[in-house]
Design a protein around this ligand. Structure first.
Ligand code: ZN
Ligand code: ZN
Length: 411
């Protein structure tokens, strides 16, 4: 039997280093994970450098690599991917940004970079779309609000560059910075000027908006300034379905990941109740993945949460959340015609509270796989498995071969 479907399950940042709080075990090794262990026992295991050994990947560059889009070739910054994930349809040449609604006081100082974690900002975004006019600069823009204090911006027009600075002072009590071009290229100067103009016009609209007036009356920080960063020029992505002859969906609460899925042509399936955090409704997510596998050939599912615990340096919380994930994955064990690939996108060691280049565990389970002797899904055990050490860019070719969709190299 040969599988006809593929599920990529990316457990974001689940991989770690030995934790003092866990008697020298990694959170994954310390966690009770009967489901992941059964997948490991029934599959072929290994460890994986998402990009290459020693490279500390972001979630964006690693997911591009896992999908077979080498980030060295396709990555142009976080902005365009966030913008796509936030609901702006990005086309080649557009400049994308991530934005925050922030608070400035009467003296022009940033007092809260997240505007008191404001939410429900769709009306603010609508007012900006209606009120801001960049046509004197020969440009159009797209602006969408995202979850909480987040939003995304894209500039549309000729001769725009993406090498510009941010207006984010990165700390509270400081003045927002003017956005500057980082090169002598007139294209970067044009983008910087457009951003400064966008910020100026939008700040006026936000200051007067009834939502912010009400927040001020209630003593809440208003979302009266946009901090914009992560500029990048949208590139051209060969579409997943044409490249691999597989239809596909992406399931992720993180806009960065859903944006990556969308730019390569995967359909984004929103799942109510998922938050990208440790309180996410994982059962709903797994149900959605099973539903998508009924109608599509390929599903990418990202479960965040563990990465967050790693960034917070909380080993015990990370271990406990891994156990919650494991329980939620149980329905996947019944999949018989599906190749299940489980991995992390990068390590997020609690000891360094950021991503590291340590390779991540990976397992592939499904018909035709040469099952190895490893029976545990963790960083150390998987290193003894039959896949040995691979790179993220190897994953799609291996999966395609196992479902018999690989093209022969040579005669
Ligand atoms: Zn990640
Ligand atoms: Zn992270």
């Amino acid at each position: 039997m040969i599988a006809d479907k593929v599920l990529f399950l990316v457990l974001d940042g689940i991989s770690d280093r030995p934790c003092e709080a866990l008697n020298g075990l990694t959170p994954l090794a310390a966690a009770k994970t009967p489901v992941l262990d059964r997948i490991a026992a029934e599959g072929i295991c290994g460890i994986m450098d998402s990009v290459s050994p020693g490279i500390r990947p972001g979630s964006d560059t690693s997911h591009l690599a896992l999908l077979g889009y080498p980030p060295q070739e396709y990555y142009t910054g976080r902005g365009p991917l966030e913008a796509e994930g936030t609901g702006i349809h990005m086309t080649a040449g557009m400049i994308g940004f991530r934005c925050n609604f922030a608070t400035v006081d009467a003296d022009g100082l940033v007092t809260d970079r997240r505007a008191g974690r404001i939410s429900g900002t769709a009306p603010l975004a609508e007012a900006i779309r209606e009120g801001v006019d960049l046509s004197p600069l020969g440009l159009e823009f797209r602006f969408e609000s995202g979850a909480g204090h987040r939003a995304a911006l894209a500039l549309v027009g000729e001769g725009l560059g993406d090498k510009i600075s941010s207006n984010d002072p990165k700390k509270e009590g400081a003045r927002p910075l003017p956005i500057r071009p980082c090169t002598d290229d007139p294209a970067d100067a044009k983008t910087a000027a457009a951003c400064n103009e966008f910020i100026r016009q939008s700040a006026k609209i936000l200051y007067e908006h009834p939502i912010n007036v009400r927040r001020m009356e209630e003593g809440l920080p208003p979302g009266n300034l946009l901090l914009i960063r992560g500029a990048g020029k949208m590139g051209k992505f060969p579409q997943f379905e044409e490249r691999y002859s597989l239809s596909g969906s992406v399931i992720s609460a993180a806009t960065l990941i859903s944006g990556i899925g969308k730019v390569v042509g995967l359909e984004h399936i929103p799942v109510p109740g998922t938050t990208g955090s440790v309180d996410s409704d994982l059962n709903a997510k797994v149900r959605a993945a099973l539903g998508e596998l009924d109608r599509k050939d390929f599903v990418l599912m990202n479960i965040k949460g563990a990465d967050e615990a790693g960034h917070d340096g909380k080993g015990i919380q990370k271990r406990d959340f891994i156990e919650v994930i494991d329980t939620a994955l149980e329905p996947l064990l019944d999949l018989s015609n599906t190749l299940i690939v489980v991995c992390a996108d990068h390590s997020t060691p609690c000891s360094i509270k950021d991503h590291s280049a340590d390779p991540v565990p990976v397992v592939i389970r499904g018909p035709g796989v040469r099952v190895d002797r490893n029976v545990r899904f963790d960083e150390i055990s998987c290193a003894e498995g039959g896949l040995h050490r691979i790179r993220g860019g190897d994953l799609m070719p291996i999966a395609l071969d196992l479902i018999n969709k690989s093209h022969k190299y040579g005669a």
